[in-house]
Structure formats: C-alpha cells, structure tokens
Design a protein around this ligand. Structure first.
Ligand code: GLU
Ligand code: ZN
Length: 293
C-alpha cells in the first residue's frame, strides 16, 4: 500500500491551427477545461502545428484570442509542436538504433491490394531512409481500452497489430507520435478530446508503453455533428463570433448535458464558468460519440 498523495490532475486542449475555433472545438475546449478545473487541476494548451500544409495563417493566434475572450484561461506557456521537432527526432533515432522501427517504401495502393491492414511487408527488408515512411514494430498490440465516457473500446485485431507510421513519407512526424511525446512530457493525467480520436487512442497507448511512460486516462466527448458530419474546420464550420461569448458558453454547456440556471443566461463568461466549474457533472455528459445539432 502506498501513502503517497494522489497525482494532481493535469489536462490539456490541443487544437490544430487549421482554422478558427468553431462550436465543436469549443465543446472540446470547455469539456477538458471543466474536467480539469472542477478537480483543481491544470489545463494546458498546445497548438498542434505539425503539418504546415494543413495550417491556416493566423489560425493559432485566432484560437488563443477566442479562448481568452471566452474566459478559458490556460495554465503555463502555450506549447507549439513546430518548436519540438528535435524532441520527436531524438525519440525516433533512439528507436531506430534499438531496431524498434523500420523504413517502408510501400505505396497506399500496394498496401490496399495486400490489405486491409499493413502486413509488415518491409519489416525485414532493411530499406534506406530516403522517400520512406517510418513504422513502429508493434510488439504489444492494444486490443481494447477503457474510456471514462464511452466505456470499453474494442479495436479490430488487424488494426491493433499493424505496424503504424510514426513519421510520414513526406517527412512530417505522425500525429500519434507527437501527441504522445508531448502529453507524456507535460505529465498529462487525463486526455479529454473529441470522439473522432477514439480509434487512434489504441496506438497512442502502444506508444506510451514504448516510451515507458504512464498511460493517462481517456475521456472522449461526443462530437458536434451537422447533417451527420462532424463539424470541422475543413468543412468551413462557422467561426465563433467574438461578440456573444456567454451565449456560446451556454450552448456548449447545454450540449455537454449541464444545466446552467436560466437566471444566468445573460451572465458574463467568467460568472458562467465559475458556476460551471462548481457544478460540472461528468455523469450528465451524454455517452454518445456524436450528436447532431
Ligand atoms: N490536434 C487534434 C485536433 O485538433 C486533437 C489532438 C488531441 O486532442 O489529441 O483534432
Ligand atoms: Zn512497406
């Protein structure tokens, strides 16, 4: 039995700067903020600007300004993934030296004809690094994990066992690699995000094990959908108008199953958030992966 104090809660919000914050990303931001702040934890912010091709100029600053206007204040300095490329590279070099990764020259088409999952074709071919993706040898596949909201998530065996990409052929680091290195470095104890990232979670757990880092808890919030599709920056979901932060917070709280009192409808954001931190109830959040507005 250990007498040590429980680990303090550290949560985060990790938007990609592929467009301004929209209602779906506000729900994720608010849910992760309240989950952290209702437990007197920290709420960190990381801009996932790994892939310049998907980045929209000005979007990162725009997201920060919007969060600030909504009263969603983060703890510590903002982390930018674009400034951490050496960290990702160092991990990959170490894994390469230990024979945990290999280079793969297969095209999507080749993989699909042998498919449905990547079959480890290049594992023993000792291919050179040029024009190749880097794959991690998956020794301990993750077939299922527990999500605090969605319950037990099962992963198809072929997908769980696939040697997945940690660095893309175009040279960019894979989202899964960067997100795990960064969350581990920040000591994140619980990842709260949208349910579109449920499946990649299994790969992320495999990466934590490879890094020998403690695996955080997982909590995937329902996605905001419109016409059956997830609101997304690519589909040009409307940006959050800066002039009515309280109404937006109200709507996001309601989407998350919380019931702010009618008397607070016109309250300024900081008052609404103070109420929400005090009354945040995870049991009221719908156990669903997507909800159509
Ligand atoms: N950057 C990802 C996104 O905006 C989220 C990553 C995460 O929360 O793990 O969709
Ligand atoms: Zn291959």
């Amino acid at each position: 039995m250990s007498n040590s104090a429980p680990t303090p809660y550290v949560g985060r919000f990790a938007p990609s700067p592929s467009g301004p914050l929209h209602f779906g990303s506000l729900v994720t931001a608010l849910g992760s903020y309240l989950q952290a702040k209702s437990q007197h934890g920290q709420w960190r912010l990381r801009i996932e600007d790994l892939d310049p091709l998907r980045e929209v100029a000005g979007a990162a600053d725009d997201i920060l300004t919007t969060l600030d206007k909504l009263g969603l204040h983060w703890d510590g300095a903002v982390v930018y993934q674009s400034q951490r490329l050496e960290v990702y590279q160092a991990v990959l070099e170490q894994w390469a030296r230990s024979g945990l990764t290999y280079y793969c020259h297969c095209s999507r088409k080749q993989i699909a004809t042998r498919g449905p999952y990547y079959d480890g074709h290049c594992r023993h071919l000792n291919l050179p690094a040029t024009h190749s993706a880097t794959r991690l040898i998956v020794k301990q596949p993750i077939y299922h994990f527990q999500d605090r909201l969605q319950g037990t998530i099962a992963i198809p065996a072929g997908l769980a066992e696939e040697d997945f990409i940690v660095r893309r052929r175009d040279g960019f680091y894979a989202y899964n690699l960067a997100v795990v290195i960064d969350d581990a470095a920040a000591g994140i104890t619980e990842v709260v995000r949208g349910a579109d990232l449920l499946q990649p979670t299994a790969r992320q757990i495999a990466l934590y094990q490879q890094l020998d880092a403690p695996v955080p808890q997982w909590l995937h919030l329902p996605l905001v959908c419109n016409d059956g599709k997830k609101l997304s920056k690519h589909l040009n979901a409307p940006a959050i108008p800066a002039d009515c932060p309280s109404q937006l917070l109200w709507r996001a709280l309601t989407f998350l199953g919380q019931q702010p009192p009618n008397s607070m409808f016109k309250a300024p954001p900081h008052e609404l958030l103070a109420w929400a931190r005090l009354h945040w109830c995870l049991d009221k959040v719908p156990h669903s992966t997507n909800i159509t507005l």
